[in-house]
Design a protein around this ligand. Sequence first.
Ligand code: BJ8
Length: 425
Amino acid sequence: MTDNVKMWTELGMDVENHDNLCQVLPTAVGDVFLSQENRPKAMDFWDMVISDVHGIRPAELIEAQKNGQKVFGTFCVYVPDEVIIAANGIVTGLCGGSQFWVPDGEKVLPKNTCPLVKASVGARLGRTCPFFRIADIYVGETTCDAKKKAYEILGEDVDMYVMNVPQMKRDIDIAHWKDEIATFSKKVEEVTGNEITPEKLGEAIHILNERRKAMARVYEARKSKVAPISGRDALLMTQIAFFDDPVRCTEMCNRLADELEERIENNNGVVDPKTTKRILITGTPMAVPNWKLHNIIETSGAIVVCEEMCTGTRYFEHLVDESGTTLDEQYMNIAKRYMKNNCACFTPNGGRIDDIIRLAKEYQVDGVIDCNLKFCCLYDTEKLPVKKALNEADIPVLDLETDYEDSDAEQLRTRIGAFIEMLNA
Ligand code: BJ8
């Protein structure tokens, strides 16, 4: 028995079914990532992580649990990691990005639920993802209806805590969110057995700000017309950040950014900037191993240079003010930073439109692809104002809807190909 199989068995996983996922993943990694030419050398770290995604990090988490640390599984970028880290807890993302998990989710959820939610529930109930087995507690949030109802189902199977995220951003909502973070910190103290002090919280805020800055450096390099990294590789870096140790993640992102900056100086890009159109993607998040859209775009003559989504700019933009010296001030500073995120669950959500226009200019894009996961009515509904604003700014836009299945890949390829041809004309 290999070490991984032993670990998965001890975690109570359905190892036989999990094997089916293990068989397809290496081919996908080979096709999407390893087949690219002239990749940054620093991607070797992420290649290693993704090639054993259910082995390396899960083993680290189990080791940490043996040393008394608790693992918190999260589903959304509104959950303030700072509080968990301040109590010596560990955060791991739990969003499901594969069709493999969807059928198990459909056993308990309506079919017309978004695939991200179905896959997340399926990964737990089907016992086919080690991260879902390892987490001591799940932390959900009241963002969209699908997630809220899914958390009720998950709560029957696992310890579940749900944060009440406001749906508006008035001063009273931010004050409420601050109180919600303070209440959450009590739960985190109870789970970990560790007290959160201003010093510990200050350190955690700093650690996560450093990660944000390192990721922002990589994205900054993507603004260059040299295009030193593909969208696929940048997406992989961001996806893995949700699982990785934050200090190591910072180190690796900075290492990658160093190389990208050098590449820009040497005019060493991954595509020919004269013939390759630059695309910004906006919409619903892309959880591991959802690389479908990036792969189609980048094998159709364009490059993705920015993602206005939670697996993109929303994950690292805006720092938490580090000047707070009391827990009260720090919770307020954290609340303010997280409320700068512009998820479609908020009303009104004009900030997202402003972000898209701003990013389209900063990243010098030729066009925008606005893509939502099927049955996500929040992002689907925002397509209209997004399109209107982009039309007014004279930025071409293509709107798409997809899920985790491969069945629409050819249709997407045709529509994306026609869009790129139109940009070229
Ligand atoms: S902050 S985008 S991570 S909620 S795609 S589950 S919204 S039905 S993922 Fe999200 Fe937080 Fe918002 Fe970001 Fe619902 Fe839509 Fe599905 Fe979504």
